[in-house]
Design a protein around this ligand. Structure first.
Ligand SMILES: Nc1ncnc2c1ncn2[C@@H]1O[C@H](COP(=O)(O)OP(=O)(O)OP(=O)(O)O)[C@@H](O)[C@H]1O
Length: 533
């Protein structure tokens, strides 16, 4: 059985997910796959011509996880296009589909301690065992060293990082907590959180120091990072000193999807490629920071990070190192490197509401960002919705740029393409902003901040900036420009891919990058003129 990198351990034969309609179908098309979820493996019969959405619907009806909370990953690739077919993604008999769930509802947890005391908590599913231990310690008001407490459920010892969602599926779950003999209180080592500065000429602006310092204060007060229940990687919500307010989001590189310490059970990448084509595992944090650095303010290009908000409003993001036992450390405590981003107050994401109420300019600013950085992960869940303090206008906040600047355009998808605002032309202000963009200066800026873009990623930035500028010059809408960059179906190359291929075919091997780009530019002009007519 091909298992996309994991060994199949527990197979729940009793709960085979197989649809009733299967009997009416030609048997050749039916395949047996395995759904890996929360440590178990569930056989599932599907048709090769089933769409991803229909498979998710079936999982919803058998397992109760609603479609929008499901992410499916197979062979190191997210099955992201809902109307693509199972066979388009190359899923075949015996493959394992990893189901990553977003859950945020409450779970009732009953705790029975070794000295007979019982406590009941309503705990968010995204909390972990360490959190429950701390709640028990608070209730007992005694001098308890949390490290000396052991938590058991059904005889199994639970690590502090284990999510509540992963241990108990029923509302009457009981976990047992026993204190070991040795109740010494060990003095707490101060947490270590520091921005990583690779270039001594860089001065970190106060807009970044503010949330870095508040995060440090939160950790020093003993407020543990809370792992977000959403997303495919380890994303930790960091608290301020009061413990009541989220202040930042930390995403360690070793917990990215398919990285060695990924806490969501995704298998290791076999060839180092990330969940999206043309990205690398372990580079997500670099890309998160790059998106912030490249999000120049309306008033002009950034040559140094300053206090001013960027055009698209990417939250301030910085690379940090942090040592804390609240992160996922299956092999022992180590310092983590990752991106730290300011937490933005919001009342949900664009996934939770219809796009009708989003202001045109807000959608357009996201489209400009996504096109220029060739974002391969712009689903509606990655745009938070907030209100502007000054006039109460709806504000869209782009997050999660770990898959921007890929080496190829294959996985670029933009959910906003299907929103009505994408069909309206850019305003003169936005066109002015687009005119001011300069890919060469952007590449130099990233280098200054410590990321020398690999040739292919730099080419992506050059070509996508070129497309945005040429498209806007011709009065094309975000929809028209964005559609050039995205595949309509999984198998059909996008126009930008065709343009790049045509250019590659037209130059001699070993030709300089500048000559290749000249060729891209000419072919692009020709294609865009056809569209604009
Ligand atoms: N800057 C932020 N402000 C507020 N909430 C945030 C921020 N960044 C992330 N979050 C919250 O944390 C969740 C997980 O973050 P994120 O989507 O970046 O993780 P991920 O593992 O990369 O996800 P994905 O699977 O979508 O790639 C988000 O869905 C959002 O709810």
């Amino acid at each position: 059985m091909s298992s996309a990198g994991v060994a199949v351990t527990t197979i729940q034969n009793e709960s085979v997910i197989s649809p009733g309609y299967m009997h009416d179908q030609p048997s050749g098309e039916s395949i047996l796959i395995y759904l890996a979820v929360s440590g178990s493996m569930i056989p599932m019969r599907v048709l090769e011509c089933d769409s991803i959405d229909s498979v998710k619907l079936r999982i919803q009806s058998f397992k109760g996880f609603v479609v929008k909370n499901q992410k499916l990953v197979c062979g190191g690739r997210e099955l992201a296009r809902s109307n693509s077919l199972i066979r388009d993604y190359g899923v075949t008999d015996g493959n394992v589909l990893h189901l990553v769930l977003r859950l945020s509802d409450l779970q009732v947890i009953n705790v029975r301690t070794s000295c007979g005391k019982e406590f009941t908590f309503h705990v968010e599913r995204c909390r972990d065992v360490g959190y429950v231990k701390r709640q028990v310690a608070k209730k007992r008001k005694g001098l308890v060293d949390l490290d000396d407490q052991e938590v058991l459920c059904n005889g199994e010892r639970l690590e502090d990082q284990k999510l509540i969602n992963d241990i108990s599926k029923s509302n009457d779950a009981v976990i047992h907590l026993s204190d070991t003999e040795n109740n010494l209180v060990v003095p707490r080592k101060p947490p270590d959180l520091q921005p990583i500065i690779v270039n001594p000429k860089i001065e970190i602006p106060s807009v970044i120091w503010d949330f870095v310092n508040s995060t440090t204060e939160g950790l020093e007060r003993g407020n543990y990072p809370i792992r977000s229940s959403e997303g495919t990687g380890g994303a930790y919500l960091m608290l301020d000193a009061s413990g009541n307010k989220y202040i930042s989001v930390f995403k360690p590189i070793d917990e990215e999807p398919m990285a060695v310490n990924n806490p969501r059970g995704l298998p290791l990448s076999l060839d180092g490629e990330g969940l999206k084509k043309g990205t690398r595992v372990g580079e997500g944090a670099l890309r998160e920071v790059a998106a912030y650095i490249l999000d120049h303010p309306k008033s002009g290009r950034r040559s140094f990070l300053g206090e001013e908000k960027g055009f698209a409003g990417v939250p301030p993001t910085v690379m940090v190192k942090c040592l804390h036992k609240g992160f996922n450390h299956p092999e022992g405590l180590t310092e983590k490197i990752g991106s730290l981003q300011r937490f933005m107050e919001n009342y949900g994401s664009c996934e939770d509401m219809g796009p009708g109420a989003f202001p045109v300019e807000e959608v357009h600013k996201i489209s400009v960002l996504d096109i220029r950085i060739a974002n391969a992960d712009r689903h509606a869940g990655n745009v938070l919705v907030s209100k502007d303090g000054a006039d109460g206008q709806t504000l869209l906040i782009p997050i999660d740029h770990g898959y921007c600047l890929p080496e190829s355009f294959e996985d670029c998808t933009f959910d906003w393409l299907y929103w009505p605002q994408a069909h309206q032309p850019y305003s003169p202000d936005t066109i002015e902003y687009i005119k001011s963009l300069d890919a060469e200066a952007d590449i130099a800026l990233l280098k200054f901040y410590g990321w020398e873009l690999p040739l292919e990623c730099a080419r992506t930035l050059r070509i996508s900036t070129m497309l945005l500028k040429k498209g806007a010059e011709r009065g094309l809408t975000p929809f028209a420009i964005g559609s050039i960059m995205c595949r309509e179906t999984l198998k059909k190359e996008s126009m930008i891919e065709e343009i790049v291929q045509e250019a590659l075919d037209s130059v001699l091997p070993g030709t300089s990058e500048a000559t290749l780009l000249e060729s891209v530019s000419k072919i692009m002009d020709y294609r865009l003129d056809e569209i604009a007519q």
